[in-house]
Design a protein around this ligand. Sequence first.
Ligand SMILES: [Zn+2]
Length: 220
Amino acid sequence: MTAEQILSHFRPGPVTRDLKQFVRKNAFSKQYLFIRKKGDTTGYCSFCEKDVPLKDRSSLKHNAKTTCPRCRREVTLKHVWRGIKNIVDEAYVYHFARSVKNKQMITCQTFYVSRFLDSNPGAIKYSPSCYYVFSRQGAKMMYVDPYYRQYVLTQSIYTKHPSGGLYYGWQGKLAVNMASLARALPHTPYQYSAWEDYTDMNEQILRYFALFAKHPQVEY
Ligand SMILES: [Zn+2]
């Protein structure tokens, strides 16, 4: 398989509503409530991605922890006028889908996801990292080389650790969308792989699928 052939199994616009929803809810370990101006009656919650009404405004100190009145999540308060530079949240996300070309195949794509909360809190950047394709015939993997911006096909299936190489010291969260896997599996050979027993493996389940592709009897 060539890089183009692998890409043909993925939708051209990979950042779907479903992926955005998953990222909003699961990818970031911290959430914030931004108050734009002193005395504002609303604040912007990074989890809700909306302005929410503030009740008791007297206790809302910069950097204090509170609960968002809408989503009830713990949020850190930020007074925007005090400066909120350098708030960058990062995550590495695994997302599964059915191949757009062959309904018997499942795909997985990984992304570096980041949001820069000091400029536009709602803006989340998605950088594709790895591509996996699983068919009855076997499994293929390629990744985007971050230096040369080229696709590289790998010899075997493995999971990339986001803190390796270019991203040395990376401290983001790893988030695996297992619900997207459950949706992609029906009517593919992998449906009968006993995958339900391996969901604890999280992203490592890709290696199990690679093994299953080679030896469909592995479940026994
Ligand atoms: Zn909220």
